[in-house]
Design a protein. Sequence first.
Length: 335
Amino acid sequence: MPDVFLAADAEELAVVTRNDFIESRHLGSAVVMSQHADVIRRVGDIDSPILPRSCMKPFQAIAVMNAGVNLRSLAAVLATASHAGTPAHVSVVRSILAEASLTEDALQCPADLPADRAARVEVLRDGGGPSPVYMNCSGKHAAMLLACVRNGWPIDSYLDPEHPLQQQILDTVERFTGERPVASAVDGCGAPVHAMSLRALARGIARIRTSSPTSPFALYRNAGILVDAVMSNGWAIDGVGRANTVVIDRLSVFAKLGAEGVMVMSAPDGTTVALKMLDGSLRGATIAGLTLLAGAGAIPASDIDTVRGELGLDVLGGGVVVGTVRASETIALNR
């Protein structure tokens, strides 16, 4: 399998300060793309393949919808979510399974506890433990199972790369990104994940963001329906107070994180950022993505200030704020 881009080809995207001392630096690559798929800005290597991890979920959800599954509203969002496992999230996942006449036993994602602290405490207090339904990808898996049931496809092998659903997902990825993946791997949840360049990932997300729910073409119509659902139910894609939800609800920016430092963001006008932190950390990904969007004129720079305090960027010393996680000068607005 090809390696991710080299450290020598990366640039500084974010820094961590402590009492005005730069304690850590996060290197990576990023691309800013217009709604017309023109590259507005490139930072580092945007053509070497990366694994998009959960940033692939919008493509997977659209493929499920294209397979004849009428995902709408919260069900559509949970199909593309990396959710916090709150009771509200889990209820939607269970409703998708119920529509397929399946139980939680059909889920093949790993067992986990809710990421949301209050939900996790409640599960443990009630004598519960890790379960696949609490895993952040369970909505995606439930939607995949529903597609299998609707089409008469095998359920036990729904994660096999040769399964009809996985082949449809691969086709959907290629159609939106305009690039054939150079390699495939197994994601943390067990589903196939396909390597692509940041350029291709940004192109695909921009096309999804600018799709219309009234398009005469099913692929783009479903993409438009998905985006509308996410923008109307930001809490469902992540969780109240969590980064993607804050950006969606407060700035109307479509945002989706992926493990190992991957992030995509798309502004209302379709301007899109795709970035990868080389060290796999996500702590600077949100502020870096927003800074790049503001630098492209896609959102007002002042919008970043309105949400900065909600993004968990504070660095503490003895319980007192002594520093922050901020975008690097490399991608600062005046560059």
